[in-house]
Ligand binder design. Structure first.
Ligand code: DX5
Ligand code: ZN
Length: 235
């Protein structure tokens, strides 16, 4: 898939068209006392998205932040805000995150029942809709949703914590989703989340990944700009 890339640090001018993996740093690995610093750091690189991990202490054990954090970050940046809802009953939260300025709202297959309705609702609000699957959920479980969604987020770890090791068997789902997209002419982006670092990035790139979430590998890097180029496979 060929995409036009916007580099915000070059005055929002489209400077290149490239078949390159999008990198979405997750602020889960940033200093929560200094979110603006984290946003400015992401903006100083060639990253296109910011990944925002919302956890409710029920769907996953930890609690992070809600729509007000997303609203504050929206006030700071024009980067794509990729909101990953790891919450039970995400339908109760969709309007809040839409109002806060999310570009993508991704909900989990495992978190609710009437997913078709909720995906439609996100789209009716003018927001791009994503569906995510945990490692124990097969791609087949979401096949009825594939024609509808703008993004499929493949979890490569069990959600809830950053800094975990990738479960390599989950990578096969990326190639499977790429094949289904080609066969049926679907339009979704394929993204993946968990354990993506300089050692594992080539695996997901080879599988055909469009967008990679990077938490600890980005914020733990000595030189995040260089790290992003490594993850993208440019160096
Ligand atoms: C995990 C989160 C991830 C996390 C990734 O539940 O959804 O987005 O931040 O962190 P790393 O890249 O450290 O695995
Ligand atoms: Zn995430």
């Amino acid at each position: 898939m060929v995409r036009l890339h916007l580099y915000p640090n070059f005055d929002n001018v489209i400077i290149m068209s490239k078949n390159e993996m999008i990198i979405a740093p997750s602020v889960l690995a940033a200093d929560f006392c200094n979110m603006e610093k984290a946003v400015r750091l992401i903006e100083s690189t060639t990253c296109e998205w910011i990944h925002l991990d919302v956890m409710d202490g029920k769907f996953v054990p930890a609690i992070t932040f809600g729509h007000l954090m997303v609203k504050s970050i929206r006030g700071l940046t024009n980067l794509v805000l990729d909101v990953h809802l790891m919450v039970e009953r995400p339908e109760n939260q969709i309007d809040f995150f839409a109002e806060a300025g999310a570009d993508y709202i991704t909900i989990h297959f495992e978190s609710s029942i009437h997913l078709h309705r909720h995906i439609q609702h996100i789209k009716e609000l003018g927001i791009k809709a994503g569906i995510s699957i945990i490692p124990s959920t097969p791609v087949d479980a979401i096949k009825e949703l594939l024609p509808l969604v703008d993004q499929v987020l493949v979890m490569l770890v069990n959600p809830g914590f950053g800094g975990q090791e990738m479960i390599p068997e989950c990578v096969d789902k990326i190639a499977k989703l790429a094949n289904l997209r080609k066969e049926y002419g679907y339009k979704y982006l394929i993204s993946a989340d968990g354990g993506i670092n300089r050692k594992t990035a080539s695996l997901v790139r080879a599988a055909g990944l469009d967008a990679a979430v990077s938490g600890s590998s980005f914020f733990g890097a000595e030189d995040p700009c260089k790290e992003v180029l490594i993850l993208k496979g440019r160096i």
